[in-house]
Design a protein around this ligand. Sequence first.
Ligand code: FAD
Length: 597
Amino acid sequence: MPNPLLDDRDVALLVDDAFDLPALTALPYFAEHDRATFAAVLDGARRLAREELLPAYRVLDEQPPRLVDGRVVVHPLLHRLFARLRELELIAAPRPAEVGGQQLPLAVYTLATAYLMAGNASAYGYLGLTQGAAHLLEAFGDEHLRTTYMPRMYRGEWTGTMALTEPQAGSSLADVATTATPTADGHYLVRGSKIFISGGDHDLTGNVVHLALARIAGAPPGIKGVSLFCVPRLRVDGDALVDNDVAVTGMIHKIGWKALPSLALGFGERGDCRGWLVGAPHQGIRYMFQMMNEARIMVGVNGVATASVAYHEAVAYARERPQGRALAGKDPAAPPVAITAHADVRRMLLRQRAIVTGGLALLVRTARYADVAHHGADEASRTRAGLVLDLLTPIAKSFPAERGFEANALAVQIHGGYGYSSEYPVEAWLRDQKLNSIHEGTTGIQALDLLGRRAVAGGGAALAAWRDDVERTCARAEAAGVDAAWSTALRTARDATLVLTGELAARGLAGDAEAMLAHATDYLDLFSTVAVAWQWLELAAAVAERARRPGADADHAAVTRACTSYWFTTELPRVVQLAALCRSSDRSYLDLDPAWL
Ligand SMILES: Cc1cc2nc3c(=O)[nH]c(=O)nc-3n(C[C@H](O)[C@H](O)[C@H](O)COP(=O)(O)OP(=O)(O)OC[C@H]3O[C@@H](n4cnc5c(N)ncnc54)[C@H](O)[C@@H]3O)c2cc1C
């Protein structure tokens, strides 16, 4: 059977049972939708991903875009795929009808994009970046930007980028040095160098629109002096498109995501690069956070998708690969067994699945919070959902990136020596996956953001809402007859997380930020482990409820219970050790003198 990319049974469980996405259609914003329209969106994405994106993966991985006479030329096959991706009309799908969207819930969109990214992440990447960039113009741009650039981007006629990073300003965007000088004509003259800009140039569409951070002359130092600009490669001048002095100054030779070029760009090398201010001056980071938060969820989806396609490849390989004999009653004369007969191989497969489906559930739940945060029935529900969304975003980004990488490594391991060769595809997904813990804020930065800001925001209001939502899952699981030991374990881990957060926050309030944040990455690991246990309990409850109805899939229920059991037995107990580490006075990282190394 060809690689299914995602397990359709999981997707159906998430949509209908675990998170009841059709219930969202009771909200006026989503009222035009129903289960059938959700199915149509998912079917379209699934089919394209399986039938065209995945089969094209190998050739696009081996033949990345080239720099020819200062412009990027992509593989001809990508032109066809891009056209097919555009036909799905997904770029604007979650946006309002008045800007060309379909008002599709993000939770459904997330699942559709998961299929596409599992098929070919870097081919999909052009669309994801374009959506984020167009949404920035929709939210903060003036009439000129909203009418000139945004609609063409939402239709996929032009693509967009996020142009933040500079050679000296990666994690620290406060050090952005690109300048923007106002002119009497209303635009700014932009000058500076950007690096790693994904999709920064290509020949797929007629134009590329950069959403770039720059500093207006005289702006305050640091993050509060950074503004957001729309800097097209070709600017609209009457009916003409005019070269806007954006040069491709280099191409990054990446180890993965090969179909999407990452470029060094030079703005204003001839002194005529025009940029249009988006929103108010010096608010660039605040605006960009809208795109970065969306992009972080997209990165999380990618982490899951990349781990998922490799998981399915590993399952198929393991079922077919004969090697050794079963432990019980070893008989040298017997034919070899498939490696799935070995407990250690099953351990690896189960671990992959627990990471993949647990991560996917976390992403769909996070996206559902985003749907309610933006379109909930009343102010109170919107605020509450927004708090939990904010809390979960760094986890939804980092868990799939970090554990997904582990899952991808397990897929290589299951292939043995064959996995360590480019004849088999699993090595390529391992390369792709590594990016996810680096871009859109590294895991270290996500950890600082989670503990230093989001977990303690609003005096712990987000944590309080999260606590209640975990409680709801525990109650649901108990009512469904799920093993009560799991609800008890989840409550204990949740409460330990709350107590620990309070203790660490107190250190920060006492002025010792170093003691609060020294183990921020361990705290992120802890919170992620609890957050995924929460998803597994929800899924276990959902299959238990389903089992009471006719036609339930017994195999799927069994594997869901096995993953839940695995997570609660193998992963959740780590919370005790991680909490001890976070609150310990261990200074092994802090006291490490780089000179010793
Ligand atoms: C393939 C690819 C595509 C990309 N696409 C884009 C794009 O489209 N647009 C864009 O603007 N950028 C893009 N980037 C850039 C990406 O966002 C940056 O690489 C990332 O933010 C990290 O910055 P850096 O590479 O300068 O690493 P650094 O910031 O130098 O970080 C190096 C290491 O130090 C750690 N570190 C740094 N500061 C701190 C701190 N304060 N506390 C703790 N640890 C810290 C980091 O966690 C990391 O491990 C892309 C990068 C890649 C590789």
